[in-house]
Structure formats: C-alpha cells, structure tokens
Design a binder for this molecule. Structure first.
Ligand SMILES: Nc1nc2c(ncn2[C@@H]2O[C@H](COP(=O)(O)OP(=O)(O)OP(=O)(O)O)[C@@H](O)[C@H]2O)c(=O)[nH]1
Length: 435
C-alpha cells in the first residue's frame, strides 16, 4: 500500500519535472524568458560598454597628457644635447606606459636621426605627435602610437564577462521562474485537464480539489477550479435529469405498451366472442376448427363436432318476446359450457344454433357428450318459459374431410334427429360420403 503511494507520488513528480517542463507551456515560457532577458542583457551591456569605452578613451587622453607634461621635457633636453643614451632611456620610459604601443622620436639637424621603441607605423591612424622644444627652439618631434589593443582587449574582456554573467543570471532566473510557474500553475492546469477528461455519464460526481496547501489564499486557480466544478456539477445534474427523464419515459412506454397489448388482447378476444352468450363466436370457431382440422389431417388425430339446436325456439320469441329468447340462449350456453370437458370448444354458430368442437374425441365419445348436454337441457327449468328441449347432430373426422363436409354430416344428423321428433342426439350415418 505504502509502496504504491510512493510510486504514485514518484510518477506525479516525474510528470511534473520531465514532461511538464520539457513540453508545452513551460518550454515556450522558457524560450520567451530567455529571449527577452537576452535582448535586455544585450541592451544593458551595450550601454555599459559604450560608457566604459568612453572612459577608457578619456584615460588614454589623460595618459598622453601626462606623457606630454612629465616625460617630454626630459626627452627635449636629451634631444637638445644630442644625448642618444638619454633619449633611449626617456623613450623606453614612454614606451612602458600602458597606453603606448610604440613611439618614434626624430631629432638632430632637420630631424634626420630617429629612435623607436615598441611597435609603431607612422602612417597608422590615431598617431599622436608632439613637437619637442627647448628654450623656444624645436629640437625634434615624437610620434606616439596609442595602445589600442589594450583598449579593445579590455573592452572585449568586459563584453565577455558581462555576457557570461548576464547569460548565467538569465538562465538561472528563467529556470527558477519556470519551476515556480510549473509547480504553482501548470501542474494544476494539467490536473484540471485530466479531471475535465474524466467525465463519464452515470458516474458519481466528485469535485476537483487543488493539490496544494488548503490555506493558500484564494487566487485565479481556485476560481478556475470552482468554475470547473460548477460546470461539471451542472453537467452531471443535467445528465442525471436526462437519465431519470429517459427512465420515466421508458416506464411510460412500457406501461403504454402493456396497456396497448392488453387492449389488443381484449379486442382480439372480443373479435371472437359472442356478445350475448359470452361464448366463442363463429369467427373464433372457424379459426379453431381450421387449426384442429389441420392437426387431425397431419397426425390422424380424432376430432368430432356437435351441432346443438334449441327446439322450437321461434315459439319462445313469439310467445315471451325477444328478451326472454335471449335469456334462454344465455342459459342454454351456460349448460353447454358446464357439461363440456376441458378440451372441448363451445361456441355459438349463429341464431339458436351452437357448435361444440371436440378434439381427440371419437364419434362415440362425442355422442355421449351430446347426450349429456341434451339431458341437462331437458332437465333444466328456464326462467319464464320453464322447460325446453334441444336436438344434437354429431359427426367425426374422416380422412379427406373438409370443414364443410364434416359440418354437413353433423347438420344432416341434426336434421334427421329433428325429423324424428327432436329432443334427441342424431349421429352421422356410417356410410355417408365424406365429401
Ligand atoms: N331472441 C333471439 N332470437 C333469435 C336470435 N337469433 C335467432 N333467433 C330466432 O330463432 C328463431 C329460429 O327459428 P327457426 O329457424 O324457425 O327454428 P325453431 O323455431 O327453433 O324450430 P326448429 O329448429 O325446427 O325446432 C327465429 O325466430 C330467430 O328470430 C337471438 O339472438 N335472440
């Protein structure tokens, strides 16, 4: 744990010292500071050197004046006396002055004799010449070459020293400024950028905290951090709001979808339901009939149909009215449902006629069921009208049967049962044609 913390700290410092300084803002700052301080140093140095050079020139002039006042009289004496040894001594004395590079003295009749010390070329520029006089008589002439090398050398030395010291100073100051800026500013900017990049929808908002002494007075960085946190807080809130909104929307959509499918189911049920009796209507019966017939064809599965018809129903309407007739139809349907088995499908085929589909049921089983229904109806006491009978026609699936052929055989059986006195169960003829 401790090791990981130390490693994390090391990485942070590495990022700060190496990447932070070598790249980006810090590097550009270094270049700018160095360039500006170099220009400033050059300007200051030039001004200083200009004045130093002027001072050196003035020193040189003073040196020449000193020679003129203090050394030339002795030289004039020696020239007056033709004292060549004395001239040499005097001339060498002048030549040793730091301001003198060389000197030539001409003396004697028509100044034909000449002595030289140091290095001098009389055609050089800047040669100082003085006339040597003794008692108002010209006894010679001296040419002095000023030691400009010394002058220039000193100036160059000064330039080198000033440039070197200014350069080192600028570099040290720049690096200090850079380090301080990197530590106090760019480090935090980099962390802020990392924070800004870390936005992830759905994550909990954690505010950005400046990694520095919490007692640091509030400055621009603190303002920036607050602004960043503020913006992020709003971003997270907006995202949360959007997520919540989407959730509500999804819930609403799910609810609406459920309601819709419920309505759809109800509608589908209503489409196949007879409103009066609540049984499956003709449409529903046809769908189930087609399905069961398909299964019977495919798997050779047994299927029987029963047609149930209330006897003399017209008389009910005629005697007790249509409403009483409706009530009888409802009671009759309830009896059929009660007597039917789990697999049987009881529906109203139309008017006072009902159809019972009996999957996996042979002719015998269907006849027994029809008989049970018939007996139940006959035994029932209908309100208003009292007792009522019904007649049933039964047929079973045969190979090659269609819906119509099977129904027709059941209908024929019903017709025959009606013909022989009603209140009975008619069974399809064994030899009847399936088509
Ligand atoms: N109240 C009522 N009567 C209906 C409804 N649908 C059909 N009917 C009547 O049912 C009667 C059917 O009469 P018929 O076809 O002559 O048959 P029936 O009187 O039962 O005679 P058989 O079938 O020969 O015993 C008609 O009077 C129809 O008006 C209904 O929904 N409600």
């Amino acid at each position: 744990m401790r090791q990981r913390r130390v490693w994390g700290r090391y990485r942070e410092y590495y990022a700060f010292w190496v990447r932070g300084i070598a790249t980006g803002l810090a590097r550009r700052m270094l270049l700018w500071i160095l360039s500006i301080s170099a220009v400033a140093a050059l300007m200051a140095t030039s001004i200083q050197l200009f004045f130093d050079y002027r001072r050196d020139l003035s020193d040189l002039e003073q040196g020449m004046r000193y020679i003129e006042q203090n050394q030339l009289p002795g030289l004039a004496d020696a020239a007056w006396n033709f004292n060549v040894a004395g001239l040499r001594v005097q001339l060498d004395g002048i030549g040793r002055s730091p301001w003198v590079a060389g000197a030539t003295v001409r003396y004697g009749p028509s100044q034909s004799a000449e002595l030289t010390t140091g290095e001098i070329r009389l055609d050089e520029r800047g040669i100082h010449d003085f006339v040597l006089q003794r008692n108002g008589v010209v006894v010679g002439k001296i040419y002095i070459a000023p030691n400009l090398q010394t002058l220039y050398g000193r100036t160059l030395d000064r330039i080198a020293i000033v440039l070197a010291t200014q350069g080192v100073k600028s570099l040290v100051i720049s690096i200090c400024i850079l380090l301080v800026t990197a530590w106090m500013v760019t480090r935090h900017l980099t962390q802020m950028a990392g924070f800004a990049k870390s936005f992830e929808p759905g994550r909990q908002f954690k505010p950005f905290v400046l990694r520095r002494n919490p007692k640091t007075p509030r400055d621009e960085l603190a303002v920036l951090a607050d602004a960043l946190n503020d913006a992020y807080q709003r971003l997270y809130t907006a995202h949360e709001f959007e997520a919540r909104h989407n959730e509500i929307l999804s819930e609403e959509v799910a609810q609406r979808t459920a309601e819709l499918s419920d309505a759809h189911r109800k509608l589908a049920r209503l489409a196949v339901t007879d409103r009066l009796t609540g049984l499956v209507n003709r449409l529903g019966l046809e769908e189930t009939f087609a399905r069961e017939l398909g299964a019977a064809h495919a798997g050779g599965r047994a299927l029987s149909v029963i047609i149930a018809d209330i006897d003399m129903f017209k008389a009910v309407n005629d005697t007790w009215g249509h409403q009483a007739g409706d009530a009888v139809l409802q009671e009759f349907a309830a009896i059929l449902i009660r007597e039917a088995r789990g697999n049987d499908v009881v529906g109203r085929w139309g008017g006072e006629e009902f159809l019972i589909l009996c999957p996996q049921t042979g002719l015998e089983g269907a006849c027994l069921l029809a008989e049970r229904m018939r007996a139940s109806v006959a035994a029932h006491a209908f309100p208003v009208i009292g007792s009522k009978t019904s007649t049933f026609g039964v047929a079973s699936f045969r190979s090659g049967d269609s819906e119509n052929s099977l129904l027709k055989r059941a209908d024929d059986a019903l017709y025959r049962a009606k013909a022989v006195g009603r209140n009975s169960v008619g069974q399809e003829a064994a030899d009847s044609d399936p088509a």
